[in-house]
Ligand binder design. Structure first.
Ligand code: DAH
Length: 430
């Protein structure tokens, strides 16, 4: 069992995420999710914005304007300004940032162990079609990850990618057969030290031809699975040194068989990546029916938090020099020295929920007001009265990573949270 749960992969059966406190649990791709997709109406757009509105961002030389992504005219659109402003940041392309340092270390591993080079893509736009994000990688039509509650929709056919697997099929169709895709991915989620609505993934993909496995005398799937495991065990040793590892069988819609790699770290098993032998349909759709391939996807924040001892995922987004100056190009595994831990401030809020209430929507409202000043949001009490009304009590932890917050400031944030929650979430404050 993995206890340490930093965002890494979503599509495995192992990731059981408590989505909303209506007693509804999401078992990603578990056998029975029947009619489970939660419908959560998009939030009404914010009037008062805490964030300075960014009007355009640059992604790989292409200018994307705010009005194309944060759309008041489309009822499906659920992208807030706080998310739009992250679109062009590309932390993975900064050589002195822990995410960039880790990416480069993984590149080094592939460059020095494979004479046939892996091509690298790190500049592909995170704005993709639902076909790329879901259909092309065989995500079932009724899977919960397609809901507005889990994914940021630009319009009904366009999303902010929720995984780098969104690019597999398109690159195969263009003729690429060995590649690494790194990028920012977006998911509506809970608030705590290991979850943030934007994080980074790396996808690896490797296609084999009959001559590769024929001379081994092995069946093609077994050949690919063995090669995959050897490759990733080597990568884990490259990053972590000689660690104990184990393979866990799992399920992803795009691979069969599918595995997760876990390493033994600080007295616990830590899931580091998902992978498997690519479903033949995906290869066939790209004209590669005589081939076999493996693929993997890993969450860079999860690995970086462990490798650099970074205790809170919000640190990756800070421009505080006391953080940024601690890391240097090529310096993998430098341990982060906390400069100061400012005091937390706890505020509780209770309300009667309505049927459409979801915890992800609540988190979005709180993040929209408090930004990175909110550290955690947790349900501390709930009950249903005789009339069938359900009450939730949440504890919000406010804490800045840069300074002490004043009482006045926190009271002001909390009062805005109370106002907005009432206006947008159709709940009754208690
Ligand atoms: N896309 C998966 C996720 O985000 C991770 C993953 C698993 C990618 C298996 C792969 C793979 O390419 O083969 O949960």
């Amino acid at each position: 069992m993995t206890i340490f749960s930093v965002q890494s992969t979503i599509f495995s059966r192992a990731s059981v995420v408590l989505l909303s406190s209506n007693g509804f649990k999401r078992f990603s791709f578990a056998s029975s999710f029947s009619s489970s997709a939660v419908y959560s109406p998009p939030l009404p757009k914010m009037k008062k914005r805490r964030y300075p509105i960014v009007s355009a961002v640059d992604i790989g030389g292409v200018t994307i304007s705010r009005n194309d992504v944060v759309r008041d005219d489309d009822p499906t659109n659920n992208v807030p300004d706080s998310i739009f402003s992250k679109l062009g940041m590309q932390l993975h392309r900064r050589d002195k940032h822990p995410i960039g340092i880790l990416k480069n270390a993984i590149y080094n591993y592939f460059d020095s162990n494979y004479s046939k080079k892996f091509e690298k893509f790190e500049d592909l736009s995170p704005i993709v079609t639902t076909k790329q994000n879901f259909d092309d990688v065989l995500v079932p039509a009724d899977h919960v990850s397609r809901s507005l509650n889990d994914t940021y929709y630009v319009d009904s056919q366009t999303v902010l990618r929720c995984h780098t697997s969104a690019h597999q099929a398109e690159l195969l169709r263009k003729g690429h057969t060995r590649f690494l895709v790194t990028g920012d991915v977006y998911r509506r989620d809970s608030i705590d030290s290991t979850h943030y609505p934007v994080f980074h993934q790396m996808e690896g993909f490797c296609v084999f031809s009959p001559e590769d496995w024929n001379e081994s005398g092995k069946d093609s799937t077994l050949y690919a699975a063995e090669d995959l495991k050897k490759c990733l065990e080597g990568l884990a040793r490259h990053l972590f040194g000689s660690v104990e590892m184990r393979w866990v069988d799992t399920y992803f819609p795009f691979t069969n068989p599918s595995f997760e790699l876990e390493i033994y770290f600080k007295e616990d098993w830590l899931e580091v990546l998902g992978c498997g032998v690519t479903e033949q349909v995906i290869l066939k759709q790209s004209g590669l029916e005589n081939n076999v391939a493996w693929a993997f996807g890993l969450g860079l924040e999860r690995l970086a938090m462990v490798l650099f001892d970074i205790p809170d995922i919000r640190f990756f987004w800070t421009s505080d020099e006391r953080f940024t100056s601690q890391f240097g190009k090529g310096e993998l595994g430098v341990k982060f020295k906390p400069y100061s831990k400012y005091p937390p401030c706890y505020k509780d809020i209770s309300f009667w929920i309505s049927d459409s209430f979801t915890e992800n929507n609540f988190c979005e409202v709180v993040r929209g007001i408090a930004g990175d000043l909110v550290e955690e949001l947790k349900l501390i009490d709930q009950f249903t009265n005789k009339k069938g009304m359900t009450s939730h009590c949440y504890r919000i932890v406010f804490r800045s990573m840069e300074r002490s917050l004043t009482d006045e400031e926190v009271n002001d944030l909390q009062s805005k949270v109370r106002d907005e929650v009432q206006k947008k979430l159709n709940v009754e404050l208690r």
